[in-house]
Design a protein around this ligand. Structure first.
Ligand code: PSU
Ligand code: MN
Length: 306
């Protein structure tokens, strides 16, 4: 048997930064393949990588291409990932089957965390994490993202969880799993399209250096699993909560009526929200992933300096 890390293809710039103690930020790819329409997806993928570089860190967009988990993509590979129609959504459990058949996949937060940890990357930026879906008491639909946060030692910077999810129950599961949840510049867990959710978090940090301190302490203690950082979206990108809630309720009802469930549910809801809000949800999504990438880069730089 070869070592697990041998199965990964790490891009040269990422490998150089990791071996030289430089700052690296992992980026997920389901947001590109299943979270946004073309061409916003590829444009956002490129812009987010540029934002990470501008802060002095190396971006590592993670995906599976033709059966190989890739840690860092070239510009051409990123574009191909965004344009191809044969790309599936891979969460943690899908990785083995996709690799075995030589397939290509956008990786969810769970799968990206797993691969980032394997490659030795400590900081990861995404838009929103998956969580406990509304009605999970019936459907049992709880994203594998939450369980991966308990397993893979990667700090995940997100804008909270969309209110297509049940945020209080999402936070309960994270507590049960022993995942630290930090508010960045806030005492509440952010709600993706809105800066606040009404749900308080136990811990708050106000600078990238403080975040790096928490991550370093978590590592030094030998705690397995991740650290979840909720970074509220920029004020200017925040959406009217009532209008967004109405769109979410409608999209969720449509999903139920059409029998859409399982891994197809989140992409369906995201696409319907873009249509129902006439693109406002997409604009907010783009702004917040950019904002998260910058904070992740600053945190990775602060961590590398320690
Ligand atoms: N939430 C978003 N945008 C996304 C996702 C979630 O606002 O693109 C994606 C992420 O990749 C996340 C995944 O990890 O959906 C969760 O899917 P599921 O609920 O099927 O676990
Ligand atoms: Mn699910």
């Amino acid at each position: 048997m070869s070592s697990p890390a041998a199965a990964l293809a790490i891009a040269p710039a990422v490998r150089a930064a990791l071996s030289g103690g430089g700052a690296v930020v992992a980026l997920e790819s389901t947001i590109i393949t299943h979270g946004m329409p073309w061409p916003d997806n590829v444009e956002t993928g490129r812009a987010v990588e540029a934002a990470v570089r501008a802060e002095g860190a190396v971006p590592a967009t993670i995906a599976v291409l033709d059966g190989v988990p890739r840690i860092g993509l070239s510009a051409a590979e990123l574009e191909a990932l965004a344009a191809r129609r044969d790309v599936v959504k891979a969460s943690r459990r899908d990785l083995g089957p996709v690799v075995a058949r030589g397939g290509s996949a956008g990786t969810t937060v769970a799968a990206t965390m797993f691969l980032a940890a394997r490659a030795g990357i400590a900081v990861f930026a995404t838009g929103g994490i998956g969580g406990v879906h509304r009605g999970a008491q019936e459907s049992f639909d709880i994203s594998a993202d939450l369980l991966e946060l308990a397993h893979s030692r990667v700090a995940v910077i997100c804008a909270g969880a969309k209110s297509i999810l049940d945020i209080p129950r999402t936070l309960e599961v994270l507590e049960t799993q022993g995942v630290p949840v930090i508010g960045y510049g806030t005492d509440e867990f952010p709600a993706f399209f809105a800066r606040s959710s009404g749900c308080r978090v136990e811990h708050r940090c106000d600078t990238p250096a403080e975040l790096a301190g928490v991550i370093a302490a978590h590592h030094a203690l030998g705690l397995p699993g991740g650290v979840l950082i909720g970074n509220p979206l920029p004020e200017a990108a925040a959406q009217d909560a009532a209008a967004m809630e109405a769109a979410i309720v409608r999209a969720a009802a449509e999903a139920a009526a059409q029998g859409i469930a399982g891994k197809a549910l989140t992409p369906f809801l995201l696409a319907r929200l873009v249509a129902l809000t006439e693109g406002r949800s997409l604009a907010a999504n783009i702004a917040l992933i950019h904002n998260n990438a910058i904070l992740a880069a600053r945190t990775a730089v602060a961590l590398a300096r320690r």
